[in-house]
Design a protein around this ligand. Structure first.
Ligand code: BES
Ligand code: MN
Ligand code: ZN
Length: 498
């Protein structure tokens, strides 16, 4: 994708499509005003006739507007005047991109970047534009046979700016967004692939390939024998029932010399049947998405490589399949984690924490500046926060606030949840150092507390993405979240934001 900025009049640009907007109530945006004047009232007339609506999420595609050099004009609804914020801006761009998806337009020029948007500068307007267009145009059809639907030929996104001085910021925003969408698309592809294709070995191969095309990145894969030597009895107990070999994927990106790295740990359960504590049948197919934490940290690594961020980043992915079989771990079995702590596995479906605790212990060797694990960890998280926000838990309030703020700026939102001794006590076991479940009540928090037992002395945060990693129903598919939040966090740490 190519990006450009322009200060010239919208009606004078000979591109395949321009995006302009009208507010609810009929007020024209800046670009729409220009188009209306050049075409002697086409937009106002269509508002009068009810063919153009200012409602958010609506978009009308006009063709061959007289007096306008662009082939198409997408008129997006901007909602109420005075309430145009980043969320409304993104809604408008996404609606325009949906309309664009049905055309053969190669270039698009976004003129909504000329509108005043609450709390957004040219950098973020450019980022939101590129991210929303690419997210909307994303398609997953690699598993369909025959003549596959062609992808949109869009290859150039322009950003209208008010003054030449904004060009640098807007271009930087577009380029950062380019990295983020590459990371999101990879994360979505990995999530959408079925578990018979996207196995732990497939994730490992993907990580290896990334390193072969980037000089600053190295990838190492540990096999089960190596994990056994390290004492990862907890992780290995989850893969005990599967014939797919487990992998521990370690990716190291060095962009800042000898600085301590940020470490991202992603849950990579390529399919979660629940094990002997078998899950019920309905929607079990969606448990192919139980590696979306892994996909998001690998995707974030790709974004960081593309942006060439001056930061050190390490990604650790424990990748396993959770299956029932004659060799599977059984409820009540006691396993020894790499930390030496013993765990009573009261429910084999609480497997995410069992692989993450050993990955967190392993990650200590990198002396992380901060360590963040990302996991589709609990159904309880969906009960608590629905499908809009990731849960953010941490043993460090500053780190938690940093992630919360990064989520807000990148429109990939989270919400803080507590940890604490009262909840931790729910994990007591009569037979081992701890149980792997905390009983009814606060299921996301007790899962977080379990991980917290393995992170003392580290600045640690935990993202439960169970509600946001994918969509169900007719729009079923991986979302690529929280790649934007994580990349924003790293952009900020690297001092790369304007
Ligand atoms: N992968 C699931 C969590 C999940 C379920 C995410 C549904 C998204 C949608 C996780 O491994 C799991 O099974 N958790 C259990 C924990 C319980 C046994 C304490 C759960 O949430 O039911
Ligand atoms: Mn499970
Ligand atoms: Zn799971």
């Amino acid at each position: 994708m190519k990006y450009f900025t322009t200060t010239s009049k919208v009606s004078r640009r000979a591109v395949d499509c321009v995006i302009v907007g009208v507010y609810d109530g009929g007020k024209l945006g800046i670009g729409a005003m220009d188009i209306d004047a050049a075409s002697k009232g086409v937009i106002r007339n269509l508002i009068k006739s009810g063919d153009i609506s200012g409602k958010p999420g609506k978009c009308t595609m006009l063709r061959a507007v007289p007096g306008v050099r662009a082939a198409r004009v997408a008129v997006a609804g901007l909602g109420k005047t005075g309430k145009f914020d980043a969320a409304q801006f993104r809604k408008a761009i996404s609606a325009a991109a949906s309309a664009l998806a049905d055309t053969k337009a190669k270039q698009v020029l976004n003129c909504l970047t000329l509108e005043p948007v609450a709390d957004c500068d040219p950098y973020y307007l450019a980022r939101h534009t590129v991210e929303c267009v690419a997210t909307t145009l994303y398609r997953f059809n690699q598993m369909k046979s025959g003549r596959k639907k062609t992808r949109s030929p869009l290859n150039s996104i322009g950003l209208a700016i008010a003054k030449p001085g904004d060009a640098r910021k807007a271009m930087r925003g577009a380029e950062h967004a380019g990295g983020i969408i590459a990371g999101m698309s990879l994360a979505r592809d990995l999530g959408n692939l079925p578990s018979n294709v996207c196995t732990p070995a497939y994730l490992a191969r993907t990580a290896k390939k990334m390193a072969s095309s980037n000089g600053k990145l190295t990838t190492r894969i540990l096999n089960e024998a190596e994990m056994k030597r390290l004492g990862m009895g907890s992780l290995l107990s989850v893969t005990a029932g599967s014939v797919e070999p487990a992998k521990l994927i370690v990716m190291q990106y060095k962009g800042a010399g000898r600085d301590k790295p940020v470490v991202l740990v992603g849950k990579g359960v390529t399919f979660d049947t629940g094990g002997i504590s078998l899950k019920p049948g309905p929607e079990m197919d969606e448990m192919k998405f139980d590696m979306c934490g892994a996909a998001s940290v690998i995707g974030t690594m790709l974004a960081v490589c593309k942006i060439k961020l001056p930061i050190n980043l390490t990604v650790v992915v424990p990748a396993v399949e959770n299956m029932p079989s004659a060799t599977a771990t059984k409820p009540g079995d006691i396993v020894t984690s790499m930390s030496g702590k013993t765990i009573e596995v009261l429910n084999t479906d609480a497997e995410g924490r069992l692989i993450l605790c050993d990955a967190l212990t392993y990650a200590r060797r990198f002396k992380p500046a901060a360590i963040i694990d990302v996991a589709t960890l609990t159904g309880a998280c969906i009960v608590a926060l629905g499908h809009h926000r990731s849960a953010i838990m941490a043993n460090d309030d500053d780190l938690r606030d940093e992630l919360f703020a990064a989520g807000n700026r990148s429109a990939d939102i989270g919400w803080p949840m507590p940890l604490g001794e009262q909840y931790e006590d729910q994990l007591q076991s009569n037979f081992a150092d701890m149980a792997n479940i905390g009983g009814p009540g606060g299921g996301s928090i007790t899962a977080g507390c379990f991980l917290g037992k393995f992170t003392h002395g580290m600045h640690w945060a935990h993202l439960d993405i169970a509600g946001v990693a994918w969509k169900s129903g007719s729009e079923k598919g991986a979302s690529g979240r929280p790649v934007p939040m994580l990349t924003e966090f790293l952009l900020s740490r690297a001092g790369a934001l304007p």
